[in-house]
Design a protein around this ligand. Structure first.
Ligand code: UT7
Length: 330
């Protein structure tokens, strides 16, 4: 018996501290003009001294659960996509579980900026395999902890934040749910591109955390190509066409990537959600953060077909197509 996985709640959280391009140019050799022209970013948020990735994640999760209408006691699975865990172990998801007072399974997924689409795919498979009925998928990152302020080519691009969604499984016996929820997930990785985007240290390498290193131009080219190819795969899998997509919500790395993807996929720019200007690249958090903005600004509405797509270190990338929300009960 097949099942439908609905997306019924979305929440997000940004740390209070906001930094404009001008603020950064006080201590880095950069300018608002360069950052805006090359990336579209104007400002980003950074965690304060004692603010942890699990704090951002917990705040986002609480809002998502509230929107879904469920209670914390209904949640039986928490997956956190993060590259910046509170501790090397245990998983940040178990800390979030503790903070929420939730029960069930909790673990982290590591696919860097593609983490949210990877976590969504894992959650969807686990729910179909009867491991969970009500799940929270969270993308949360404190990328500021991985920035080298001596490296202007990467440090101006990233920000901190978290976003979360609630997934609810419904058996297909209930015909009103037909055609709703997660319609397709596609994920890929290719370790031949490991050295294009990585941290220059690590636990097993040298017991350090390290800073981000990126071959920006190469990653840019892969991003446009792989976001588009995986999106087409996801459309094909659920027998949809680009014209069926109400809103495209890509990973928010660079406005020029968003524009190139919109041209290549032939979807109007107005249908592509862009929050990179205010968030910067928040890694695994970027898609659910952008989705929350799209909902609160009354763009994404119940019943819309939304497309998600992301790429990050690994390289890892993927796309999902979702009929958002749930049918109204009359
Ligand atoms: O989230 C994972 C996925 N990540 C991405 O998708 C990122 C993909 N890459 C990119 O978004 C772009 O490649 C960047 C925004 C990172 C860089 O843009 P670019 O057009 O590829 O610039 P560039 O690296 O070729 O640098 C151009 C120039 C260089 O000067 P010269 O060599 O031409 O004299 C840099 O030194 O800009 C200089 N530059 C800067 N100048 C002022 C680099 N960073 C800065 C800076 N401020 N922050």
């Amino acid at each position: 018996m097949s099942a439908v996985i609905l997306m019924t709640g979305v929440g997000s959280y940004l740390p209070k501290n906001k930094f404009s391009n001008e603020d950064l140019s006080q201590f880095i050799d950069t300018s608002d003009e360069w950052i805006t022209k090359r990336s579209g970013i104007k400002s980003r948020h950074f965690v304060s001294k004692n603010e942890l990735t699990s704090d951002l994640a917990t705040n986002a999760a609480l809002k998502a659960v509230q929107m879904s209408g469920l209670n914390i006691k209904d949640i039986d699975l928490i997956i956190v996509a993060t590259t910046t865990p509170d501790n090397t172990f245990p998983s940040t998801a178990t800390r979030v579980q503790q903070k929420l007072g939730a029960k069930g399974i909790a673990f982290d997924v590591q696919a860097v900026c593609a983490g949210f689409v990877f976590a969504l795919s894992v959650a969807s498979s686990m729910m179909k395999d009867n491991h969970s009925k009500n799940c929270i998928v969270i993308g949360a990152d404190s990328m500021s902890k991985l920035l080298n302020w001596e490296d202007r080519t990467t440090s101006v691009l990233f920000g901190d934040g978290a976003g979360a969604v609630v997934l609810q499984k419904k058996e297909n016996l209930d015909k009103k749910f037909n055609g709703w929820g997660i319609l397709s997930n596609v994920i890929h990785s290719d370790g031949n591109f490991y050295d294009l985007l990585y941290t220059n240290a690590g636990v097993s390498l040298n017991q350090k955390v390290g800073f981000i290193e990126m071959v920006g131009k190469e990653v840019f080219k892969h991003a446009v190509e792989k976001l588009c190819s995986s999106f087409q795969e996801a459309l094909d899998l659920c027998n949809k066409d680009i014209s069926d997509i109400d809103w495209l919500i890509p990973h928010q790395a660079n406005q020029r990537i968003l524009s190139a993807v919109s041209d290549k996929l032939k979807i109007k720019n107005e249908r592509v959600i862009s929050t990179v200007e205010f968030h910067g690249n928040t890694s695994a958090a970027s898609i659910p953060l952008a989705l929350e903005v799209a909902i609160s600004s009354k763009k994404v509405e119940n019943g819309n077909i939304i497309g998600l797509q992301a790429i990050g270190g690994g390289l890892s990338w993927g796309s999902s197509i979702i009929k958002f929300g749930k049918p109204k009960i009359i």
